[in-house]
Design a binder for this molecule. Sequence first.
Ligand code: 5GP
Ligand code: ZN
Length: 113
Amino acid sequence: MNNPCLFCRIINGEIPAEKLYEDEEIFAFRDISPQAPTHFLVIPKKHLSGPGAMASEDETLIGKVVRIGAQLARENGVEQCRLVMNNGAEAGQTVFHLHLHVLGGRAMSWPPG
Ligand code: 5GP
Ligand code: ZN
């Protein structure tokens, strides 16, 4: 049976995406609907529905997601960026596979909408 998770299917290559980075644990790809000149997503290959589903054993992995996100931003010419994880539908989460948004290339305001 097909994995119903959209981002698991992107990792598996079932759904095409513009990949920026991949290793044995992490996958990064451009957001299909960019909200800034640079907008990509960094995800663990391990399926976690969101930050709220993390166990202590996932801390190193998700730390790596953050480190790779900032590093990829730099490599793509964005020194300063916003790193966002939405946790739950009310917070704006629409895909329930943990992902870090990396946004840059324009000035950001605060608070977010
Ligand atoms: P969320 O709202 O869950 O924090 O973020 C989900 C993100 O995934 C959104 O920014 C949305 O544009 C992006 N997205 C949804 N479907 C696809 C897709 O099929 N391909 C890619 N590359 N991004 C997607
Ligand atoms: Zn998944």
